[in-house]
Write a protein that binds this ligand. Structure first.
Ligand code: EPU
Length: 367
């Protein structure tokens, strides 16, 4: 265990440390990327560093190194559920897309890494006559992203088939039973700052023909009711939990389909999708439109919509320098604790996960 006090790094110091960590761990590090290239909404500002590990072990070791160095990071999969603001984002983005490996099937189980494509996994499973995720085939994300938020569609949620999830703890790959995780509607008990590396899913054997039919049916419904080929992040808001109300229907009934603000539009196909159009589209356009919708729903229906997409705020260098605790430095195998990572009420932008030191994490362990 390290006992050093938190480091307060200047950006040049942090950059030098990052270069050294990337060289030592052999992880590809890129500069000059933008969220506009890495997210499906195609908006969002510059990213200081993008780190691209290729294996689960490499990713686990990497976040541990970052934690020890006191460097703030945040994880991105396919970028299909993230609205990052237009400013310069001064933290490290850990891109998990290359941690994909192969889906390893054994009887009714499949072991898969976080960067693996969810639609591809659904097709692989269907071909092998394994049911339980065929409704998820149209979600254009990675397995890691799906696990993080308990992605669901057409009667299936990934959390219901998870046997174990692999997470990074103390530089190692640690297996956490699915039963120890809370799987709620588009929300889980994973904590910000916790890196998901992969999972083993337990599916059910069924006739490939029947699974394929159900997949086709979900696809038909999706193509009929949701925009495709558009720059979107899926549904923008959650449906109000426990009400049976559909946010899409409410927005539609207010006549807001097709409403435009700058380069952001309420999809004419499904009103809970905000899509972006044109070269000049900004994250600020999408957020302004989203806030207008929330305001109308608040005023006219008395309902506080929660964002379903994650809003990522750029952190200032001062935030980076003074950031404090996180989770990965833990070396225990304690299950993750509940946090509010995906329960945004106001247009509250998620801070980047926070830099951490082992001595502080030790202190946080007993909470
Ligand atoms: N509706 C309208 N107008 C609209 C959109 C919907 O009248 O513009 C009506 C539909 O006709 C239907 C009802 O509202 O009667 C519900 O619509 P839909 O079946 O499209 O379901 P949803 O609740 O809007 C949810 C998920 C989707 C998921 C589908 C299918 C949320 C926020 N959305 O949509 O997930 O694909 O069910 O299972 O939970 C996502 O997570 O990003 C997402 C798109």
């Amino acid at each position: 265990m390290l006992t050093e006090t938190p480091r307060h790094l200047s950006l040049p110091e942090r950059d030098a440390l990052l270069e050294e960590i990337a060289a030592r761990t052999g992880v590809r590090a890129e500069r000059g990327r933008r969220f506009a290239e890495l997210t499906s909404l195609r908006v969002g500002g510059a990213i200081d560093w993008v780190l691209m590990p290729e294996t689960e072990a490499e990713a686990a070791a990497l976040v541990h190194e970052l934690a020890r160095a006191g460097i703030a990071w945040r994880v991105l999969g396919a970028g299909s559920n993230v609205l990052a603001d237009d400013e310069a984002h001064r933290y490290v983005v850990l891109c998990m897309k290359e941690v994909k490996g192969t889906a390893a099937f054994a009887c009714e189980r499949v072991r898969v890494s976080a960067g693996y494509s969810l639609p591809r996994l659904c097709v692989d499973a269907a071909r092998r006559g394994l049911a339980g995720i065929e409704g998820l085939g149209g979600i254009p994300g990675t397995v890691g992203g799906a696990l993080w938020m308990n992605a669901g569609a057409y009667g299936h949620e990934i959390g219901t088939v998870v046997e174990t999830v692999r997470v990074a703890r103390g530089g190692r790959v640690v297996e956490v039973p699915g039963g120890e995780i809370t799987w709620d509607y588009r929300h889980t008990s994973f904590q910000d700052g916790e890196l998901l590396l992969g999972a083993t899913l337990h599916l059910q054997a069924d006739e490939p023909r029947l699974i394929k039919e159900r997949m086709e049916e979900s696809k038909r419904k999706r193509l009929e009711s949701q925009p495709h080929g558009a720059r979107s992040a899926g549904c923008f808001f959650k449906n109000p939990p426990g009400t049976g109300l559909s946010t899409g229907r409410m927005i539609d009934e207010m006549g807001l389909k097709g409403t435009k603000r700058g380069g952001a539009v309420v999809s004419p196909v499904h009103a809970n999708f905000i899509v972006t159009e044109g070269e000049g589209a900004l994250a600020a356009d999408a957020l302004a439109l989203a806030e207008e919708i929330r305001e109308r729903i608040r005023r006219e229906r008395g309902i506080e919509l929660e964002y379903e997409v994650e809003l990522w705020r750029a952190a200032s260098p001062a935030d980076i320098a003074s950031s404090t605790i996180g989770q990965d430095a833990r070396s225990d195998d304690a299950p993750p604790q509940r946090q509010s990572q995906n329960q945004l009420g106001e247009a509250e932008w998620v801070e980047p996960p926070i830099t951490e030191t082992e001595n502080e994490a030790e202190g946080a362990k007993g909470e």
